[in-house]
Design a protein around this ligand. Structure first.
Ligand SMILES: [Fe+2]
Ligand SMILES: [Fe+2]
Length: 255
């Protein structure tokens, strides 16, 4: 089922909440479609569980050969395991960090990615989509070593990948977060384990505060909007996580 995040004059942002994984043991994940007139991009298209719903959603707006970009925040299976099918169904490039450029062909049949992978350099880039562009913002180590978030300047949406995640069901993912406090029990454990360090979160917070952001939309769980946007940036900025919390006790040989 798709949820409309933004719509204005031919520019539409949709979130798919991957309800197909609900009954199984897979983590709930969101996929995104940005439509700009008769073209668009898919962001973090997900694994094979998510493919059909996103594909059908896309074809309601434009034919597969009009897709401008397949965009991936990093190379985890819940982000890009369906890549082989997307490479077959469309003819556009796939954008992913240079760090993962030579790893993603492993998701595909031999030769399928040839000439179609654009390695995003560490400082980020602008990705043209129809009459607009998405901004690939550096978000390295949040959580992957080469990691980008994607900012839509028209919708003022930050697609934040695995940062800002709240773990829960597809139904919870459709229940937008306006007050961070309510969602923290479903966010804290994930961020403490998956995010790399407080230093990185502080660098990220300093960068994103320069942008007008109406909504932070993570790859798992609900979008954050209203006061929750600022609250999340501030919470993340002060969070100890990842290597901050590691001690000798975490590196002992099992009995
Ligand atoms: Fe991930
Ligand atoms: Fe993820």
């Amino acid at each position: 089922m798709s949820v409309e995040l933004f719509r204005k004059k031919g520019h539409v942002c949709l979130m798919f909440t991957d309800l197909s994984s609900e009954s199984g043991d897979a983590v709930q994940a969101n996929q995104f479609l940005v439509v700009n007139d008769d073209t668009g991009a898919i962001i973090d298209p997900g694994g094979n569980l998510a493919y059909s719903e996103l594909y059908l959603g896309m074809t309601k707006h434009f034919p597969p050969n009009r897709l401008s970009a397949i965009i991936a925040s990093h190379a985890d299976p819940d982000i890009i395991a369906s890549l082989d099918r997307w490479m077959t169904a469309t003819s556009c490039p796939v954008y992913i960090s240079k760090v993962w450029e030579r790893f993603i062909p492993h998701f595909c049949k031999p030769g399928k990615t040839e000439g179609r992978v654009v390695g995003i350099p560490d400082p980020g880039m602008h990705i043209p989509i129809g009459n607009c562009e998405l901004v690939a913002l550096p978000a390295h180590f949040l959580h992957a070593e080469g990691n980008f978030q994607f900012y839509d300047p028209i919708g003022k949406i930050l697609f934040s990948g695995d940062l800002g995640v709240s773990l829960g069901t597809g139904a919870q993912a459709q229940n937008w977060i306006t007050s961070l406090q309510d969602a923290l029990p479903r966010m804290e454990g994930f961020h403490r384990r998956y995010m790399v360090s407080n230093k990185i979160l502080r660098l990220w917070a300093r960068m994103v505060r320069q942008l007008p952001i109406d909504m932070i939309v993570p790859q798992h769980g609900a979008p954050m909007t209203g006061p929750a946007v600022k609250e999340f940036i501030e919470w993340a900025e002060h969070l100890s996580c990842g290597i901050d919390l590691m001690t000798d006790a975490h590196y002992t040989i099992p009995d």
